[in-house]
Structure formats: C-alpha cells, structure tokens
Design a binder for this molecule. Structure first.
Ligand SMILES: O=C(O)[C@@H](O)C(=O)CO
Ligand SMILES: [Mg+2]
Length: 269
C-alpha cells in the first residue's frame, strides 16, 4: 500500500498554514510536504513536526529571488525557478543553500528544485547546458548534507513555458548528470495532462530507481484522486507491484472539507 504524505500547501486550506500540521496528523498522516517553508523560521516548523509526530518528506527550493526577502515573495511575483536561467546562477545557488539549511533543521531528505520558465525568444535545447551545470552543482551541494535533489515535469496548461514538461526530459537530465542523489519527482496529475499513458510511464521509469517521489491528484480538476479520468485504484496497484517504497504526496485541492474528502483512501485501497 502506498505511503501517503499530505501536501499542506494544497490541502487543509480551510485552516491557517501552521494549524494544518495538527489536522494532517489527526487524519492519520505520518508525513507532510508543502511548496515553500520560507515564511516561517525552520525551527518553528521543526517543533510542529515533532509535536505532531510528522516527518517532512519534501519541499521546494525558493523559485527565485536574490536575497531572503525576495525568495519568500518569489512565487507570488510569478517566479517558477531559476534552474534553466542563464545569468541567475547566484540566485539559483543561494536558493539551494537556503533550502538545504531548512532541510537540515526539518530533517527533510529531499528538496525540489523548480526548473523555471523559458525566457522569451529562447529555445529549450539552448538552455540544457545551464541546466546540467546547475544540477551538477546542486547535487554535489546536497550530497554533502545527505539530501536528494528532485526535478519535476509540470504540465503545459498550468504552467505554460515551463522548462521541464515530460518524464523523458527529466530522466534524460538525471541520467546525464548521473548523480545518485538527483531524482525525478513524478507527479501523475501533470504526467496525465501532458503525456497520458501513466501506467506505462510508471512501468518504464520506476525500475530505473530514478523516481524519488510521486505525487497524485484527480485529472483534470486537481481534486481528490477518486474524481476524474485517472483510475487510481489501478495505478496504486501498479505502483505496489513495481515495489515502489517511497512517498506518494497528496497534492490536490480538496473539493470541500479536506478531512471529509479523505474518504477516497478507503474506497481506492
Ligand atoms: O506539481 C506542482 O505544482 C508542485 O509539485 C510544485 O512543486 C510546483 O508547483
Ligand atoms: Mg507536483
């Protein structure tokens, strides 16, 4: 049976962020993930995890910004990562350092580094050498503190112009860098929208050992996994049959009350 982590950026939004930890623990979750921790001191979040018996299993490096203040505001300012951006190497490195600092306090074993939006007029292939050199640097910096770096393909409809869109692209980068701690975050919601053929993609990529984290949501509304065109009962059995033992992040927007919406677990497992 997959091990589920609650995504506190999308779930429990009926509560203030810091109250979502207790709610997830009450609902039986043992692990959480979320997009960005930077609005709160790492020590305060670590205390909450400890108090509620939760593990932090994933969060994102800042999606941009030259200093701590800009990093905390970067998402709302429209930034979606600096991995592919020439001329923003300092921002990229400072963001990874800051994420690794949080990861150590939160004892979080992995961080997601967003790849960024392709600049106007630039061609995707022309950015590959920048991406590879940033990934090599990040994987080394993270390896020094025992953390894995994740890269995640994101669908073209939610994030037009995003650099990383397909599993194939992400695995090609991970294979080329060949660092044991550089992995792919396989979000089945994005995978279905961009590529489809999700079960075959799981069968193709899980055995490579390069998938470090899975995320789920119903398609197309990004709601509970029991709503929409994907058959998660079947996909969970595929994931189990392939021997995946990592976390599965519930990265969906509940239709109404988050706790009530968790009835899908009983029906789909
Ligand atoms: O799928 C997503 O949207 C997230 O996992 C993320 O990290 C960036 O938006
Ligand atoms: Mg995701």
């Amino acid at each position: 049976m997959p091990r589920f982590a609650a995504n506190l950026s999308l779930m429990y939004t009926e509560l203030p962020f810091l109250a979502r930890f207790a709610a997830a623990a009450r609902d039986g979750f043992q692990a959480v993930e979320y997009l960005f921790p930077y609005a709160y001191p790492a020590e305060e979040l670590a205390e909450l995890l400890d108090k509620h018996g939760l593990q932090q299993v994933l969060f994102n490096a800042p999606p941009g910004g030259r200093n701590l203040q800009e990093m905390a505001l970067a998402w709302d300012a429209g930034m979606r990562g600096t991995l592919c951006l020439n001329g923003q190497e300092d921002s990229f490195r400072n963001g990874v350092w800051e994420a690794l600092r949080y990861a150590q306090v939160l004892q979080c074993p992995r961080i997601h580094v967003m790849s960024g939006l392709i600049p106007n007029g630039a061609a995707r292939y022309a950015l590959r050498s920048r991406v590879l050199s940033n990934l090599r640097w990040a994987a080394q910096a993270a390896a020094d503190v025992g953390v894995d770096i994740m890269i995640e393909p994101i669908n073209h409809r939610d994030m037009p112009g995003y650099y990383l869109q397909t599993q194939d692209q992400a695995h090609s980068l991970a294979q080329t860098v060949a660092a044991p701690n550089l992995k792919v975050q396989m979000d089945l919601y994005h995978c279905q929208i961009t590529e489809g053929d999700v079960a075959s993609k799981l069968r193709q990529y899980l055995p490579t050992g390069r998938v470090g984290h899975i995320q789920i949501a119903g398609v197309p509304e990004r709601q509970e996994p029991d709503v929409g065109e994907l058959n998660y009962r079947y996909l969970f059995s595929v994931i189990d049959a392939l021997g995946y033992s990592g976390w599965v992040g519930c990265e969906y927007r509940p239709r109404q009350d988050t706790s009530q919406g968790l009835a899908w677990m009983a029906t789909l497992l």
